[in-house]
Design a protein around this ligand. Structure first.
Ligand SMILES: *Cc1c(COP(=O)(O)O)cnc(C)c1O
Length: 360
């Protein structure tokens, strides 16, 4: 009889991983996961509802979601062959490491950043090289990043960065491309909230190692849908097409995302409101004593304040407001990340934090 436990049978690279816990608890105001807290614009919701009703469920999806790819390609001024759709941006990040990582290869990241880069790299037995940001202002250490990337298979950088909110300089992206041989994944999950012209998708045409990730989960108000996409060189897309889970993007997600792209102009008022509300929230936070914040081009703000973990717990328990606690993460001591909500949500958050701080 075998005496191996189940956990001993797990592939060594996967030992120790635990189910993802979004630390969600029921609350009135959820500003913890960087979702768009506005529902879909009513006109788009109606269009999507009709598209879903018209979608038969008995047939398999188009594996590559070509209808959606064509809409995305037209939007971004590229060809269908430059687009890969995935079950959320997360699936594409995983597949990039599955395809281009592996034993003896390294991924360079610049923490504090999205934790999944490192998790997926480890699952795919890829070494992780961390080039930490400046602990005071979270600026990137450009020279160290370029040096590290010289020996790496891939670099993953984020613009605007989660959780620090800063945009990446296009000149640094270009330096990474020109001075190293690494694949460069630029994660633009939040770029729709940044100032006009921030996306570096236009650089893909002349830089075959640049890959830009986008998602429907943030600006497009569809985190529950699970749809993201990559804009990259045709050869990169062909590799991803060959190794992906063939039907990961279901027919309903394809139909809904296609409507959203066709009618993307209708999101403009919501996006403008979130950007305006970001300024309102930052101004309000700046008026509170002992609250440090970093300038953000995304739909969230990172703050540092005394007793952050306790403030976060009291916001949840006494005000039913959920924000993300980063105080236990390396480099983010006493930091909370607050998603920009609707005006009313932001107002209530500011009032609550103000009261908690005064009561200190
Ligand atoms: C939210 C997010 C993504 C993608 O999320 P999906 O819901 O899987 O599309 C990717 N990168 C960063 C930095 C994010 O915050």
């Amino acid at each position: 009889m075998s005496s191996q436990t189940i956990s001993e049978r797990v592939r060594p690279a996967l030992a120790g991983f635990e189910p993802y816990d979004p630390a969600f608890s029921p609350c009135n105001i959820n500003l913890s996961a960087n979702e768009n807290t506005h529902p879909l614009p009513a006109t788009i919701a109606t269009g999507i509802a009709q598209a879903l009703v018209d979608t038969p469920l008995n047939r398999y999806p188009d594996p590559l979601a070509n209808g959606l790819r064509d809409e995305l390609a037209a939007w971004h001024g590229v060809a269908r062959e430059n687009i890969m759709v995935g079950n959320g941006g997360d699936e594409i990040l995983f597949n990039l490491l599955f395809a281009f990582g592996g034993p003896g290869r390294a991924l360079v990241v610049a923490p504090p950043c999205f934790e999944e880069y490192k998790n997926f790299a480890k699952m795919c037995e890829t070494d992780v090289v961390e080039v930490w940001r400046n602990p005071a202002d979270f600026s990137l250490n450009a020279d160290a990043l370029v040096e590290a990337a010289k020996n790496a298979a891939m670099v993953m950088v984020t613009s605007p960065n989660n959780p620090t909110g800063d945009l990446m300089d296009s000149s640094l992206v270009q330096r990474l491309l020109d001075n190293t041989d690494a694949l460069v994944l630029l994660d633009e999950a939040y770029v729709e909230f940044a100032r006009e012209g921030s996306s570096l998708i236009p650089l893909v045409a002349n830089n075959p190692r640049l890959m830009v990730l986008r998602t429907f989960s943030k600006a497009f108000s569809m985190a529950g849908l699970r749809c993201g996409y990559l804009v990259a060189n045709q050869e990169v897309i062909e590799v991803l097409a060959a190794i992906r889970q063939i039907y990961s993007e279901d027919v309903l997600a394809q139909a809904a995302a296609t409507v959203a792209v066709k009618r993307r102009g209708e999101f403009a008022p919501v996006l403008a409101s979130i950007v305006q509300e970001r300024e309102y929230l930052c101004k309000g936070l700046a008026e509170l004593p002992n609250v440090v914040q970093w300038p953000s081009q995304a739909n969230f703000v990172l703050v540092r304040l005394p007793h952050a973990a306790e403030v976060r717990a009291r916001l949840r328990d006494e005000y039913s407001i959920l924000v993300r606690d980063f105080s236990y993460s390396k480099g983010l001591e006493n930091c909370l990340r607050i998603t920009v909500g609707t005006h009313e949500e932001n107002e209530r958050l500011l009032q609550a934090i103000g009261q908690l701080i005064k009561g200190d």
